[in-house]
Design a protein around this ligand. Structure first.
Ligand SMILES: C[S@@+](CC[C@H](N)C(=O)[O-])C[C@H]1O[C@@H](n2cnc3c(N)ncnc32)[C@H](O)[C@@H]1O
Length: 183
């Protein structure tokens, strides 16, 4: 999900709005999956306001917003399983001493892939090479081998042009994108 970075006035300008909406992950996901119910999970108030504002302005009515961390959602709604899960550009926490704050680590990954439907897919994208490699290491770990999944790197052309994807491109960062499929 995404944040308001500047003042409200920027988001009340129809032209800027258009550009802004086009780069929202949940907007792209919603438009590509009109017959699906989408759950947008975003713990920060700015992000939540941003989702609600975009949904109202763009007549999006297939998103439910959960205003808390995804870990809390998984804990609270144990019976909900997903056809697709998108984790696009989670905060990379660049400094080594902060890596433990990264969202996608082995316990989380184990927990979330269990919540995929049969043939369900989890998409993960990052422009942080170290984060990408650490996720690949988790996927190769024997703990995850017990869960029937296959994972492969896929071309970024399958990825919507989200705000952080555009940012990565602007910075000249390589984006790695992978899909995990539960069999
Ligand atoms: C770097 S932004 C990426 C935004 C968007 N996915 C994109 O591609 O442009 C990371 C987002 O993850 C959200 N986030 C951070 N921790 C989270 C958590 N535990 N559960 C759900 N969302 C979280 C942040 O609030 C922020 O909106």
């Amino acid at each position: 999900m995404t944040h308001f970075k500047s003042g409200w006035s920027d988001y009340l300008n129809p032209e800027k709005d258009k550009q802004y909406f086009k780069a929202l992950d949940y907007y792209l996901i919603s438009k590509n999956n009109l017959n699906s119910q989408i759950i947008g999970i975003e713990p920060f108030l700015n992000g939540v306001v941003s989702v609600i504002y975009s949904c109202v302005k763009q007549n999006i009515d297939n998103i439910l917003v959960y205003p808390n961390p995804v870990e809390k959602f998984l804990e609270k709604y144990k019976k909900i399983y997903f056809k697709e899960i998108f984790i696009l550009f989670p905060d990379p926490w660049h400094k080594k001493k902060h890596h433990k704050r990264r969202l996608v680590q082995l316990p989380f990954l184990k927990n979330i892939v269990k919540r995929l439907d049969k043939n369900g897919k989890l998409y993960f994208a990052t422009d942080n090479q170290d984060y990408f490699e650490s996720v690949q290491d988790c996927l190769d770990s024997k703990d995850l081998k017990k869960i029937p999944i296959v994972h492969k790197k896929i071309d970024v052309k399958h990825l919507g042009q989200t705000k952080y994807f555009l940012r990565a491109k602007k910075l000249g960062n390589k984006v790695n994108f992978l899909v995990i499929v539960k069999s």
